[in-house]
Design a protein around this ligand. Sequence first.
Ligand code: CP
Ligand code: NVA
Length: 303
Amino acid sequence: MKHFLSINDCSTKDLNALLDLSASLKKLYKSGKRDLCLAGKVLAMLFEKPSLRTRISFHVAMTDLGGSAIYVKPEDIGGIGKREPIKDMARVLSRYVDGIMARTFEHRVVVELAQFATVPVINALTDWSHPCQAMADVLTIKEHLSRLKGVKVAYVGDGNNVARSLAFAAAKLAMKLVVASPKGYELDKETIKTANRISADSVSQVNEPKKAVDGADIIYTDTWTSMGQEDEKKKRIKAFKDFQVNAKLVKLAGSNVKIMHCLPAYRGLEITDEVVESKNSIILDQSENRLHFQRALLKKLLS
Ligand code: CP
Ligand code: NVA
């Protein structure tokens, strides 16, 4: 594993090793000890979009491991691929830093960075995928259910970057993902085909939230309007109106179901405040685990 761009590029063995390392580093840090394996190392963090969790948790993870991080906004450097070609940026940065993480609109930007960088490149969310999120999610599921095999995740909402990374995670780690989306907003057929080629029947798509949550261990949702789609917000609110994760829908899955959301959450749209704050919600554990997973990822790629 040189880069971390998409979960479907990784082997099940590597993913499980990352989960184990996340758990052991989490335990170590909770006990007040530290692992300074990245002393003197620097991570460049390029962000074309806003971020709370990803930015801060990566920065803290680098600091925790003895290294440091530099936050770069596109306007500071004249845009990614605008002031100079991506290949020059990737090669120059590789002479200064030990790793590059990037949050971009187009997925091909992180792919091109990785193609030309001689240091590891990490996908911190693109329009196509959000692999760090999905791995933190899986870590959270494992902690709460003590297993991954056969866990049924019902993803209710947009077939977006988060749903796609969850699909690859389900396929690689023996979970079942059922995505419920309105017509026209489903997970693309190619992703479903790829996931099911990795592991037969791991991912399916329906248009009925009720169908998806039946027998689910987890109900997961994300915003209906991702970063960059703000112009479509009105249209999307209309299209997704029957796809809200609310108490009525949660009840259909039974009292033990866990609720997940990658955050930020738009209460009253994709999820109600009541459900976010309910005892079934493991949303804050999920956010916390971004830090624990990313510590492991940075240690694996940069040390
Ligand atoms: N979940 C997530 O990636 O949050 P941020 O956009 O705040 O980084
Ligand atoms: N799908 C959302 C995830 C935010 C963490 C987006 O891309 O905006």
